[in-house]
Design a protein around this ligand. Structure first.
Ligand SMILES: *Cc1c(COP(=O)(O)O)cnc(C)c1O
Length: 371
């Protein structure tokens, strides 16, 4: 064969539902020398990374580490470790990712009860209280904090109380919120949480930071059956990530991806969590004012800062505009997913992408494209 030309990816402005634009600092960190996964120097980098994940999740949970794999691997890790075949669970579905949680749980052998509201809407405390009353034997309730398919932000505090009063574990998807919206794992008493690197942490995709509360650990320790996924079995993984004496080899950690995550977390903490959330809020307000002045309407009532989902006017060919933005302006935005396919645009303001300059650039380009 003819050997392909060297890589030369364009420098796109990534303003879709993820990945977001990756800062040069992180790409450079990824290029540092690969160490062995049991090298004491690497173990130190890894421990520092886990500690920074705790800071960003605002938790003291000892069992906090990056799962090897993207956000979906984190979802799967939470599901397979906390659920045994035959367990009843409740899942809240208001978009694509709640639906995926259900699919994951069913594959793990759970009996899944669903609470659903129309896409774009969020769950009230009352709706959750009703579900918990209707399915009292459920062991866990799963919900998405930031539903990337609709742009809706879910309030969690009240729900958490209701779920715990019923003796259930509370599992939350924070893939599109961590690093952009406040996520307080300890305060909100979240028992199992997962995220991804390529959204508001602005790191390339490849790891999924997860954290489990002591209550979740109790549940895992009381299991009667083995976790059916060997790769994601936390009872083995913790001997590598958390081992106090030596570290036991489980699988080779993605060393250079951990370098990238470590650098991205350093950037998040240098900025400061509060500053970071305010920046996302401000950029969202700026973008929102611009989109609305172009006549575009937001779909969700409670919009995320990090993902802006707007309806596309009937007369507009949404795919054509997106492709023009990409080809002519090097800007990526997302189309609608599921019930919103062909009907919505999803504009990400995640991490490094959430700047005044990018908001201005996108609004100008979009205005040009819409004529
Ligand atoms: C992106 C996303 C995921 C899946 O993450 P991957 O990194 O694509 O595997 C899960 N949940 C939500 C809410 C997401 O936005």
């Amino acid at each position: 064969m003819t050997i392909p030309a060297p890589l030369n990816p364009r420098e796109r402005l990534l303003m879709g539902p993820g990945p977001s634009t990756v800062p040069r600092r992180i790409l450079s960190a990824m290029g540092a020398s690969t160490l062995g996964h049991l090298d004491p120097q690497y173990i130190e980098y890894m421990d520092e990374t886990c500690q920074m994940i705790r800071e960003v999740y605002q938790t003291e949970n000892a069992l906090t580490f990056p799962v090897s794999g993207t956000g979906m691997a984190g979802m799967e890790a939470v599901v397979v470790n906390l659920v045994e075949p035959g367990d009843e669970v409740i899942v809240c579905i208001n978009g694509v990712f709640g639906g995926r949680m259900k699919d994951n749980l069913e594959r793990a052998g759970a009996t899944v009860h669903t609470v659903e509201v129309p896409w774009g809407e969020t769950f009230s405390d009352d709706a959750i209280a009703e579900a918990v009353e209707q399915y009292p034997k459920s062991k866990m309730l799963g919900i998405v904090h930031a539903e990337t398919s609709t742009g809706a932000l879910q309030e969690l505090r009240g729900i958490s109380q209701i779920v715990h009063q019923a003796g259930m574990l509370f599992a939350v998807d924070t893939v599109t919120s961590l690093g952009g919206h406040e996520v307080k794992v300890d305060d909100w008493q979240i028992d199992a949480v997962y995220s991804g690197t390529q959204k508001c942490l602005s790191c390339p995709p490849g790891l999924s930071p997860v954290s489990f509360s002591p209550r979740a650990i109790e549940r895992m320790e009381a299991r009667k059956t083995k976790v059916q996924s060997w790769y994601l079995d936390v009872s083995m993984l913790k001997n590598y990530y958390m081992g106090s004496g030596g570290r036991a080899y489980h699988h080779t950690a993605p060393i250079n991806m951990v370098y990238a995550l470590r650098e991205s977390l350093r950037i998040v903490l240098e900025e400061g969590l509060e500053n970071r959330f305010s920046r996302h809020q401000e950029m969202h307000q700026l973008l929102r004012a611009g989109l609305e002045s172009l006549g575009l309407q937001y779909i969700p009532k409670e919009s995320l800062y990090t993902l802006n989902c707007v309806s596309v006017p009937h007369e507009v060919d949404e795919a054509k505009i997106r492709s023009k933005l990409l080809q002519d302006y090097d800007i990526e935005i997302g189309g609608g997913l599921g019930v919103f396919a062909g009907k919505a645009w999803r504009i990400g303001l995640m991490g490094h992408s959430a700047t005044r300059r990018n908001v201005g650039t996108l609004l100008t380009a979009l205005k040009d494209c819409l004529g």
